[in-house]
Design a protein around this ligand. Structure first.
Ligand SMILES: Cc1cc2nc3c(=O)[nH]c(=O)nc-3n(C[C@H](O)[C@H](O)[C@H](O)COP(=O)(O)O)c2cc1C
Length: 239
């Protein structure tokens, strides 16, 4: 039979235990339909209003990102939220300069194609805040063995593992942004065209690397996400 609690200390302890038990059991459940609505409502936004994103909202986004799972729970991420418009412009200008530097190597047609693709590399310049995602290689038994014995077998997968963890954190952040009424776009083209120069502009230091950028802001208009493959197209069940 349950013990009757009359002592305030016992009551506080009982509430604490109940809360902890629920937390550690993964006790929070959400209606899956609400969750699906959130997922279906997310789309990449590439044009934003100039309304600033308050620091407390940025903190909330990162609060959600940091809860993601990661290999060995090593949480290999750092986030730099750039609100300073001059810095954002400098980053976009650096990408422009890098693009211009490769144009002489390309055919006229390729330059034309890259020029019309440029928007997808630089559109973050219209966002009131960009979140620069940094990652560091894991340090755990396998990476230590790899560097000690220069094991080619392990090398290619080590940074992949880091990046998979980053993907989880970024996706948490995108969904949190959606839940808070912000539009977002996850971008890696700025990394492809300007990893080093952007690291330099932001003063990123080893062992961290710039691996993703997320543009955030109030969207100029509602957007429907891109068509997705159906469950049948992507799922194989082996029984
Ligand atoms: C890893 C990754 C990198 C991406 N990089 C860029 C990018 O550099 N520029 C861009 O405009 N969109 C980028 N996107 C957004 C995709 O183009 C977008 O997610 C995709 O077209 C599906 O559209 P949706 O997000 O609206 O569903 C990226 C998305 C992912 C997941």
């Amino acid at each position: 039979m349950a013990k009757k609690l009359s002592n305030p200390i016992d009551i506080i302890l009982a509430i604490g235990c109940y809360t902890l038990r629920n937390k550690f059991k993964g006790g929070y459940h959400m209606d899956i339909k609400n969750f699906e609505n959130l997922l279906e409502g997310r789309a990449s936004h590439r044009k934003f209003l100039s309304d600033p994103v308050p620091t407390e909202d940025i903190r909330k986004l990162i609060d959600c990102a940091r809860l993601a799972p990661s290999g060995h729970n090593l949480q290999p991420w750092k986030f730099v939220a750039v609100k300073n418009n001059e810095l954002i412009t400098r980053m976009a200008e650096a990408l422009e300069a890098n693009l211009q530097s490769i144009y002489p190597l390309l055919s006229e047609d390729e330059v034309k194609k890259l020029e019309s693709y440029k928007f997808f590399i630089k559109h973050f310049q219209s966002a009131p805040v960009v979140i620069v995602v940094l990652a560091r290689e894991y340090e755990y038994i396998s990476s230590k063995l790899e560097s000690k014995y220069n094991l080619d077998l392990l090398k290619p997968q080590l940074f992949n593992m880091t990046l998979m963890g980053i993907g989880g954190a970024v996706n948490n952040l995108l969904l949190a942004a959606q839940a808070m009424g912000y539009g977002s776009c996850w971008m890696t083209e700025p990394v492809v065209y300007g990893q080093e120069v952007i690291e330099k502009i932001l003063g990123v230091e080893e062992p961290y690397k710039f691996v993703s950028l997320i543009a955030i802001g109030k969207p100029t208009k509602a957007r429907k996400g891109q068509e997705k493959k159906t469950v049948d197209e992507v799922l194989t069940i082996l029984e």
